[in-house]
Design a protein around this ligand. Structure first.
Ligand SMILES: Cc1cc2nc3c(=O)[nH]c(=O)nc-3n(C[C@H](O)[C@H](O)[C@H](O)COP(=O)(O)OP(=O)(O)OC[C@H]3O[C@@H](n4cnc5c(N)ncnc54)[C@H](O)[C@@H]3O)c2cc1C
Length: 446
């Protein structure tokens, strides 16, 4: 059989603020000649870099190469909202809850991933502020989402997980906004500066001898004689390959008609002046996910890694496949962000927005990840279902264990695979109809 060629190479739309706020002096090379290694990892996001670290921990002598198509930190892993959530966070649910036994396992796995990330930060000496266990709040703006907060609280009661309920006055004290009517604070979430996290992790791995190449897209993976990845200027022969390319795994011939790509959008304000900061009030930093999953995610961030004192805003989900968002789609999302922002922060109306950007999530209909040995020596670590910071980390670790021939026993659900979805051209319109309905339903949370 002729080797699969990668059809669509990744391209991102808009420069993420996180990427431009963290520009370390040391950079990564691109592939310029033929190389060989024991384990090749394609994709340098949460999944790929975690797989690299897990290989290093379990097989310190293994020769590992990571290839990233873009710059390290430029892809989705460096352009997300930065919530490493320890609890269940199923975007397709009404309230992020879920069945109890499953939820307990998911939380255990998420915490395993967070501990792995914190250990890396300690070992590689990440700068202060890259990661902080500050917890987060699910914020409710309507009567309906106040009910969701209550439902989520009973879910946490059932699991014996700690939380603190917030009323409208608490929410205003926290955010400076009178728009939120209630909230629920859970303490286990670690907030990150996403691009700083990814670049620092890659730099730490590189210092330990893992070879990391950026701007080195794999155009073809040849399986006719061993495993050979072809880049523009060189090919890499590998004993094992881990595909950590999220939705782009289909370009390598796997998981066709099983994955759903959803694009979402983010914007960030310019740094507030002292006067604006006083007019806003509230705490120095805070992190809010919407009580209704289709609402908006907000953060107030502060410090040199965040370009001053700013508010980050994420909303809008769209199915546009693996293509980058168009300038018109970015402009439309910016308008949506400004509307939602003004509703929440009338005192800051007119504040400048410095960056708007887009990025992709990869979801499956049944919530399963795409982690498996899909051909001899070829392992996937994809489909993180919207919580890629922790699920990507966890799946990267699992893929490394599979690649090294170790038991895949970190989860009892390892055998699950993404279920089938309707093929294109029906998939995108179907998903968009669903997303539009959800957005309309949660319109006051957006
Ligand atoms: C705006 C936004 C907000 C989000 N907020 C959060 C959040 O708060 N918390 C959270 O957990 N998740 C969040 N997510 C989702 C999260 O970013 C993703 O789930 C996560 O990045 C997936 O990690 P990954 O390593 O599997 O894939 P990716 O981060 O997509 O990494 C895969 C990498 O593979 C590379 N690649 C693809 N094809 C090739 C090829 N042929 N050759 C070489 N390299 C290739 C890509 O360039 C990419 O960098 C958000 C996403 C967005 C866009």
């Amino acid at each position: 059989m002729s080797p699969p060629a990668t059809g669509v190479l990744p391209v991102e739309a808009g420069v993420s603020a996180w990427d431009s706020f963290f520009l370390p002096e040391r950079l990564f090379a691109s592939v310029e000649q033929d190389e060989s290694c024991d384990v090749l990892i394609i994709g340098g996001g949460f999944a790929g870099l975690s797989a690299a670290r897990a290989v290093r921990l379990k097989a310190p002598g293994a020769r590992v190469i990571v290839l990233e198509a873009l710059r390290i930190g430029e892809g989705a892993s460096g352009r997300n909202a930065g919530f490493m959530i320890d609890l269940t966070h199923d975007l397709s649910s009404e309230d992020y809850g879920g069945e109890e036994t499953r939820a307990r396992h998911t939380i255990q796995e998420n915490r395993h991933a967070i501990a792995f990330a914190l250990d890396a930060a300690a070992e590689y000496g990440f700068q202060d502020g890259v990661m902080a266990r500050s917890g987060k709040v699910n914020g409710a703006c309507t009567e309906r989402s106040m009910q969701l907060v209550k439902r989520y609280a009973s879910h946490l009661d059932q699991l014996g997980e700690p939380y603190r309920l917030l009323d409208d006055a608490d929410m205003q004290r926290l955010t400076g906004s009178a728009y939120y009517r209630s909230g629920i604070h859970t303490p286990g979430t670690v907030m990150i500066q996403p691009a700083a996290y990814i670049k620092s992790l890659a730099l730490g791995l590189q210092a330990q001898g893992i070879r990391i190449f950026e701007r080195s897209p794999v155009a073809r993976l040849d399986r006719s004689a061993g495993l050979v990845a072809h880049t523009r200027l060189g090919k890499i022969a590998a004993g094992r390959v881990i595909l950590a390319t999220n939705g782009h795994v289909r370009a390598f011939g796997h998981y066709a008609n099983r994955l759903i790509d959803v694009t979402t959008y983010a914007s960030i304000t310019c740094s507030m002046t002292d006067g604006q900061s006083r007019a806003l009030g509230g705490s120095d930093t805070w992190s809010i996910t919407p009580a209704a999953p289709h609402g908006s995610t907000l953060r107030r961030v502060r410090g040199p890694l965040f370009g001053g004192d700013r508010i980050f805003y994420r909303s809008v989900f769209q199915a546009i496949g693996l293509e980058p968002a168009s300038p018109a789609q970015l402009a439309h999302s910016l308008q949506e962000h400004i509307k939602g922002f003004n509703r929440r922060f009338p005192a800051l109306r007119g504040i400048g927005i410095t960056h708007t950007w887009a990025g992709r999530l990869c979801l499956s209909r049944n919530g399963a990840s795409a982690v498996a040995q899909v051909a001899p020596g070829l392992i996937t670590a994809c489909c993180q279902n919207g919580l890629g910071s922790v699920r990507g980390t966890f799946n990267g670790i699992r893929a490394a264990h599979i690649a090294l021939g170790l038991p895949d026993d970190l989860t009892p659900y390892g055998g699950e695979q993404p279920s089938r979805v309707v093929p294109e051209p029906l998939l995108k319109p179907g998903v968009n109809a669903y997303l539009s309905w959800k957005r309309w339903h949660d319109r006051d949370e957006v």
